[in-house]
Design a protein around this ligand. Sequence first.
Ligand code: PLP
Length: 396
Amino acid sequence: MSVSKKIDHIKESQTTAMTSLSMKLKSEGKDIVNLSAGEPDFPTPRNIKDAAIKAIRDNFTKYTQVEGTTELREAVAEKFRRENGMEVDLPNILISSGGKQSIFNALQAICNPGDEVIIPSPYWVSYPEMVKLVDAIPVILRTREDKGFTFSVEDVASVLSKKTKAMIINTPSNPTGSMLDEATLRGISSLSDQHNFYIISDEVYEKIIYDGHKHFSIGSIPDIRDRVITTSSVSKAYSMTGWRIGFMAASEVIIKNATKIQSQTTSNPSSISQAAALEAIRGPQVEIEKMRLAFQRRRDIMLNKLSRIEGLVTMKPSGAFYLFPSIRKFLGKKHDTGELKSSLDVAQYLLTKGRVALVPGGAFGSDDHIRISYACSDRELVEAADRISNALGNLR
Ligand code: PLP
């Protein structure tokens, strides 16, 4: 029996694949340090868990409105107004099962077959595959590594075409941790106005920012308000990846479209998780700052250790919890059983010989890099850096 041809061209998420492989090795008794995770290692804060337990006890366990409870949508609208300077109200908000669903809903709501969607590279693994799933075409915009993986408005203009329907931006970025400054975002907004394309602004790492950098939401620029779809979630900010709550802010037309899609596919996100997300957004925010400071300390520990490995070049990220070192100098080197020809070879070599799990840059559109997540303990980071150093030092 034949199956969907479209899915033949879709890649499985390599971040999840590496995590599964390292879990497998661990279950076989191998001592692996896992630097591949895309989630904070902290427990979900107590007040949030208590809100979920209360929801269950109160029998808040049935379907809610497809678009999320009014209370949570109001809290999200208020968050976008207060923290992001966006002029949004209840009809502009849709709650979904994770930021991932919000982004996919957004693409489904706006794309027609053959539309082009610009994706700056290195990119989050799911963007190109989601674009392909809606029969649109990913147009990859290479960023400049020497400029901290950023791009200029002229760079964006150079890849525009009559078919450009949207551009996805992600600031702070997974995998590079780079951020787009306000001037660039204003430039992109003017371009989208002139050339009539949407901007999907994925801001899931908006609360994990270091060194006094400021997050700017492109959706706060009034002139292009209806062209911007802002997505975010409670996953990374509140260490709630498993709860699956994300949200979208957009024009009423797009929210209506996306709600229609959600109503015929997944319906409302979990009622219990919605109650928890409401507490996350409206409750005390002290835990967020503690987590942010811990991430900043870990980033500095890891940067310091990696800077001592000859040949490994690592940019200092401004946000998120990843490092994206260049492994260019190690490609072509040999080990006992073969040669390192790609970032996948490097990741596999570091997993089998170094016992460190990380993600090959190829998954993010750059085969010259590897992605290291520093969402783990200081001790694990120091151990992992030593193992990476030893393993790379054994190459010829
Ligand atoms: N966007 C980016 C850049 C991410 O890294 C992730 C998760 O890894 C997501 C969106 C989706 O997160 P969630 O669906 O848990 O909200």
